[in-house]
Design a binder for this molecule. Structure first.
Ligand code: PEP
Ligand code: MN
Length: 623
């Protein structure tokens, strides 16, 4: 049973509630969900009727939880659970990639692979120290020695470490050496082990049993949660079927099923699922497309010599190719593969509690810019809305916010020139970029009949982007507004049930409104790229792009001379745009994005040539 508590519940009422439940032989678990305090009552004597609880002081609502799993059910907690492992969050907008060998074989092997997978975007390292092998004669793992190696990997690389725990006797060692404990498929229903990890402080990756139903799997997660540890990540790793071409059958349909049934995050392990190297990448790509929060991939520097699971282990370069594909796929489903994840989180964590960890964006909460800020920073920084782009630049410049997130171009409508001009005017740095898919939704008050909609609010470009869909609303008045999120806020504030807005599903959620139609844009390839600005660089790990502005002399071939430098040094130019120079009519600046770190030592010659061939040159950012 789920009880919603009154905002004004007194500590005495709250204590009385607990004792009443305890007297009934039940226990309570309190959480905050969508801003409300709710408790879950569990135990064999939970009463069936909400009325039995509604009379209790401090209780405003009661509803039964219909599923056998309670604490981990979506009915109890409607918000997604986000699990923090060091600076990494599983269950947020960023795909978490866990990679490493099946087993830790030696210090050298683990360290070599860890450095490789980190280079290609993994943020957690996996490696077994206690291996549950089918044969007693196979390699059983390095045990405590393996755990010590994992701890050293964490220390040297900054990657959190994940390893399997096979017995309650290992609990103390796991607490000491690792960041996440894995319960293997063979132990999914080892209830004593589940009770043990339920009392531990580390997050748990709970693998699905070889032949377990989703229901059984969730009940195992419930065991862990009932023990007090709700940081459970569900890992689909393939189930036994009659099919011999793959080691197991990867049940990707479990992802949407679980998303409905539970708030826990999901990690997909395509390595154990397929058992064959060449099948791993396609299934990993599909997993992300199906909504997985994380991936766990076996990678080995010398798979032929691996002591376990060599045939399914990717070579590091194959793993690198896979993460590049994930980078492209993730935004389609509203997520990101962030190659700078660790460095960025480290910098933000290092800002200290006294510093403002804030990022300014334009518009209202729920704006696409807000989404972009969350996609880039996760929950590490607070996103704050501002009214104009100039407000953002000024706030970053005077230090009242640490970062700004500004749109610079859209795949359908082109550049946002105002921001290019502001980049020219202010002396700030672009320290990162993030691209998100723009998916428009038609939003109304709950239960409004679309036939009753007579006015639709949206920014002018949104109407253009949704032209086909809007044909069915030919009778409605189209009211252009400044930003999508303000349209959504307006219909919320006005209470007007004849109005609809075009905006993000996130805005509908924030303002408690209803999405009438999803993805109503004509062209689904609608992406906006945002630049992240700050006063100074903050130790980015991998610089792969440079944005610069330059002006050339007004003589024939001047632009060509600059282009020639890029061509001769094989530097890929991904954007080139001209803008009038402020205050100098008919004179132009060029904005260029290059796929290179122009300040790296190997390119000093390029910089020298650029300076020689341009009248003005400024580096806007490296990221
Ligand atoms: C493993 O992750 O190395 C492992 C043994 O996996 P599973 O429990 O899924 O077989
Ligand atoms: Mn393995």
């Amino acid at each position: 049973m789920k009880l919603v508590l009154s905002k004004d519940i007194t500590p005495d009422q709250r204590a009385a509630l607990d004792s009443a439940m305890a007297a009934d032989g039940c226990s309570t678990r309190e959480i905050t969900d969508s801003g409300r305090q709710v408790i879950c009552i569990t135990g064999s004597r939970v009463k069936k009727q909400p009325e039995d609880y509604l009379s209790l002081a401090g209780v405003t609502d009661a509803c039964p939880i219909s599923t056998a799993h309670k604490l981990v059910s979506r009915e109890f907690k409607t918000e997604d659970t986000r699990i923090k492992i060091g600076n990494v969050v599983v269950g947020g907008d960023r795909i978490v990639v866990v990679a490493g060998p099946c087993a830790v074989e030696s210090r050298d092997q683990a360290m070599t692979i860890a450095k490789e997978v980190k280079k290609y975007g993994a943020v957690l390292f996996r490696g077994g120290a206690y291996k549950p092998r089918s044969s007693p004669y196979s390699f059983q793992g390095l045990e405590e020695e393996g755990l010590k190696i994992l701890a050293e990997v964490r220390e040297k690389t900054g990657l959190g470490v994940v390893t399997e725990m096979t017995s309650p006797a290992q609990a103390e060692l796991m607490e000491r050496y690792v960041d996440v404990v894995q319960i293997g498929a063979r132990n999914m229903q080892n209830f004593e082990l589940l009770k043990c990890v339920g009392k531990m402080t580390k997050p748990v990756v709970l693998k699905r049993g070889l032949a377990s139903t989703i229901q059984e799997w969730l009940m195992s997660a419930e065991y862990i949660a009932a023990g007090g540890n709700t940081n459970v990540i569900l890992c689909e790793r393939g189930i036994r079927t009659f099919e011999p071409y793959t080691r197991n059958t990867l049940d990707l349909s479990a992802i949407p099923v679980l998303k409905k049934l539970t708030h826990l995050p999901i990690i997909i392990d395509p390595s154990h699922a397929t058992g064959i190297r060449e099948k791993v990448a396609p299934m990993a790509r599909a997993a992300v497309a199906a909504g997985a929060d994380a991936l766990m991939i076996e990678v080995h520097n010398n798979p032929d010599q691996a002591l376990s699971d060599g045939p399914q282990s990717l070579y590091p370069e194959q793993f690198g190719n896979l993460t590049r594909d994930i980078y492209v796929i993730a935004p389609v489903v509203g997520k990101q593969m962030d190659f700078d994840y660790l460095k960025k989180s480290e910098v933000i964590a290092g800002l200290g509690s006294g510093t403002s960890k804030t990022a300014a964006f334009i518009g209202e909460n729920g704006a696409y810019s807000h989404k972009a800020s969350l996609a880039y920073f996760g929950d590490d920084v607070t996103s704050v809305p501002m009214k104009t782009f100039r407000d953002i630049f000024t706030a970053v410049e005077n230090g009242s916010v640490e970062y700004g997130v500004i749109p610079v171009e859209n795949s359908l409508s082109g550049s946002i020139h105002e921001n290019y001009d502001l980049l020219q005017e202010y002396d700030l740095k672009i320290i990162g970029e993030v691209t998100i898919r723009i998916k428009h939704a038609l939003i109304t008050h709950p239960d409004v009949d679309p036939k009753d909609v007579s006015r639709i609010l949206a920014p002018a470009h949104a109407f253009t982007q949704c032209r086909n869909y809007m044909e069915q609303y030919a009778h409605a008045e189209l009211v252009p507004v400044k930003a999508a999120a303000s349209a959504v806020r307006h219909i919320k504030d006005s209470g007007d049930r004849t109005m609809a807005a075009i905006g993000s599903a996130m805005a509908a959620d924030i303002f408690d409104l209803e999405v009438k139609a999803q993805s109503i844009e004509d062209n689904p390839r609608n992406y906006t790229r945002f630049a992240v600005i700050a006063k100074a660089y903050k130790g980015q790990k991998k610089v792969s792009k440079t944005s610069l502005i330059f002006a050339t002399g007004n003589q024939p071939g001047a632009l060509f001379e600059v282009m020639k430098i890029f061509s001769e040094h094989q530097i890929n130019l991904v954007k080139l745009e001209s803008r009038p120079i402020l205050g100098k009519p008919w004179e132009y600046m060029f904005y260029a994005d290059l796929e290179a770190d122009i300040l790296s030592e190997s390119l000093t010659l390029v910089m020298d040539e650029l300076k020689a061939k341009s009248e003005y040159l400024r580096i806007l950012g490296r990221y």
